[in-house]
Design a protein around this ligand. Structure first.
Ligand code: ADP
Ligand code: UDP
Length: 235
């Protein structure tokens, strides 16, 4: 599998075409951004960790009935994936209060919910990814009702599987964002699952092991990513 032209360079990954129109190669960068690109920096080693962690978790999810874009890990930073048409919805699941939810609801962080929440943001950088609901998504024709039902079903399975898995590593899954795409008429999980896109707290100490260390200038950013990777035990 060989990289052809660069199709897209995002904030965290480059996306390349291949000789197969159904296959892309994603190349994970060490670049970090926050607050819709306002804050920029580098997290050394992040690209390789996020690539290998995403692939590891996508493989587990496949065994639990969630179809994903994963095809083959090509190197530390590069993976061949199925080329999808991204559904322009960021799907956010929360198990504990944190981040924008805590702010909006006037709550402290780390309060465990009675049951998980699911919310959508419209994936649109110019608008700053605004919060929308299912009716907005249908009105704007971002997805069909059937697609949204499938996305919600898969998102809760992803939550159940990841929560149990991270728990076994001594990590509390606070919240996360995932993206889905259309592949030959089917909804499949795409993009990534990493400390960039999940809030992961040490179960005992509640230490933050995710991108909040970068967003909030908490220090030891690289160490946190390395610690999550170490616990995955995939070296
Ligand atoms: P952003 O676009 O937010 O800056 P990235 O730097 O992670 O994010 O860029 C990767 C882009 O590739 C994202 O827009 C994501 O939606 C898209 N993407 C992820 N997986 C696939 C896939 N399998 N097929 C097509 N596009 C994908
Ligand atoms: N998230 C993400 N990309 C985004 C927005 C959020 O990966 O563009 C993740 C974030 O890392 C967290 C979850 O989604 O795990 C919920 O984020 P929240 O809405 O609290 O927003 P934030 O506080 O990050 O602005």
């Amino acid at each position: 599998m060989e990289k052809k032209e660069l199709l897209y360079e995002g904030k965290a990954k480059k996306v390349f075409a291949t000789e197969d129109p159904d296959v892309l190669i994603v190349d994970y960068k060490d670049d970090a951004t926050a607050f819709n690109g306002l804050k920029k920096g580098t997290i050394v080693g992040k690209g390789a960790i996020n690539n290998r962690m995403t692939n590891h978790i996508f493989k587990i999810l496949e065994t639990k009935g969630v179809p994903t874009h994963y095809i083959e890990e090509l190197s530390d930073r590069e993976t061949a994936v199925k080329k999808v048409e991204i559904v322009p919805l960021e799907v956010i699941i929360r198990n504990f209060s944190a981040g924008s939810f805590a702010k909006k609801m006037g709550m402290e962080e780390g309060i465990k919910f009675k049951q998980p929440t699911l919310e959508f943001s419209y994936k649109n950088d110019d608008l700053g990814d605004p919060f929308i609901n299912k009716y907005y998504a249908l009105a704007l024709d971002l997805a069909t009702e059937e697609e949204i039902n499938t996305i919600e079903k898969y998102a809760f399975i992803v939550n159940d599987v990841m929560r149990e898995y991270f728990d076994s590593l001594g990590i509390e899954l606070i919240d996360f964002k995932i993206e889905f795409g259309r592949y030959h008429g089917q909804i499949i999980l795409a993009d990534e699952v990493s400390p960039d896109t999940c809030r992961l707290w040490d179960k005992e100490t509640h230490e933050k092991l995710d991108k909040d260390r970068f967003r909030r200038d908490l220090g030891n950013v690289e160490d946190a990513y390395q610690e999550v990777f170490r616990r995955l035990g995939i070296h």
